[in-house]
Design a protein around this ligand. Sequence first.
Ligand SMILES: Cc1ncc(COP(=O)(O)O)c(C=O)c1O
Length: 450
Amino acid sequence: MKLSEHSFFARDLTADIPVAVKGEGVWIWDDKGKKYLDGCSGANVSGIGHGVAEIGEVMAEQTKKIAYVPPQHFLNQPTLDLCNKILEHAPDVYTRVMLCSTGSEAIENAMKIARQYHVHNGNPSKYRMISRWQGFHGNTIAADSVSGTKKRRSISSPMLMDCTHICASHCYHCKYRLKYPGCDMMCARELDSAIINDGPENVSAFICETVVGAASCGVNPPQEYFPMIREICDKHDVLWIADEIMAGAGRTGTFLAVEQWNVFPDLVVMAKGLSCGYAPVSAILISDKVFKVFEKNNKAYVGGHTYNAHPITASVGIKVTDYMFEHGIIDHVSEKGAYLKGLLLDLASKHPIIGEVRGRGLFLGVEFVANREKHEPFPLEDAVAKRIVNLAMQKGLIVYPSQGGCADGELGDAIQITPPLIISKEEMDYIYNVLDDVIGQIEKEMGVAE
Ligand SMILES: Cc1ncc(COP(=O)(O)O)c(C=O)c1O
């Protein structure tokens, strides 16, 4: 049945997608009994895998105690415990946490916290946001405004906030046509000029994904990049907000992905892996530097939502995080990621349409190109990523397509391979076998010789 025939207001009216009825580990079953390997954890969500019954038990227990209390009238223990738990696993620079429900909601609040920080710090002219092209921060209007995906933004463009975008740090498609390490990190230096052009007195914050998700599937910068971003932000009193909605909660092998660059943003936004899809939970980690300005000036944060401190969703966040650490799940991410990356590199050696395999830990991506030497993307009408995703699904593997434009804003086909962190070696081999078959078939259809 086409989605247009359901009462559900679907994103793609022409699609005909199955109804999922069961999940267990890395597997999802549809209502016809067909089994799929969830090779992208939904959208980097289901880190601990599907069907972990004890998470449901915690939800039921909390529901029996109390399901909801208004955050302006009461504190609740699960909220306090989840904030403590997040801080226990995060670097020491973060001393406060704001809980929200979705990623976009947390991004909006991070931008507001940054703005209010500057106002209370005696710099009321600072409000502007700088972000990057080929990045994604959500679908609400402000999140859309800082996102850098041209196709997605275009329909909302008259409604968007005026923001500045700098280039992505994407060595495979370097905007400056330079080669790392002889590039003088021009992509990071661009932030300095963007702040100067906007006027440092106007710029509030720079926001970027630590590892880029749906916009370009696994792109992440060289080691020098984030230390330079930190320095540039500090020089101009601009806050740095890291969007780790996809990359956080162990996906790359450390609790926060940015720990791997050994430098810390002022605000970090986490979401998906915090509750692994068992309930909507997102969080803003607030550095002591930012919190102290609110505290010193005795200023309350102006903002908030009905579900900012929801006992049930917080209890899920606690249980999921405990489950991850008690089972040592994050400890195995680097090793599993290296194995899966090895398999994808092997696919690249067999399939000429694979241009690049990239990513960290179990946050991996594969980009497809028409010409490997020139890193030249396929024309839009070939819809290579979409075809690969659709065929893989037919063959029992779910992978996530890029939003398009990862090469130059317009063109570029990539898929994200980000399975549940509990995936086994045999299940990774299954991903390899299905992708080998699927990519081979697409190459045949396109007349590309293996
Ligand atoms: C990096 C990133 N930021 C923000 C968002 C928005 O999160 P949500 O869909 O929960 O609003 C997403 C969602 O995929 C994301 O991947």
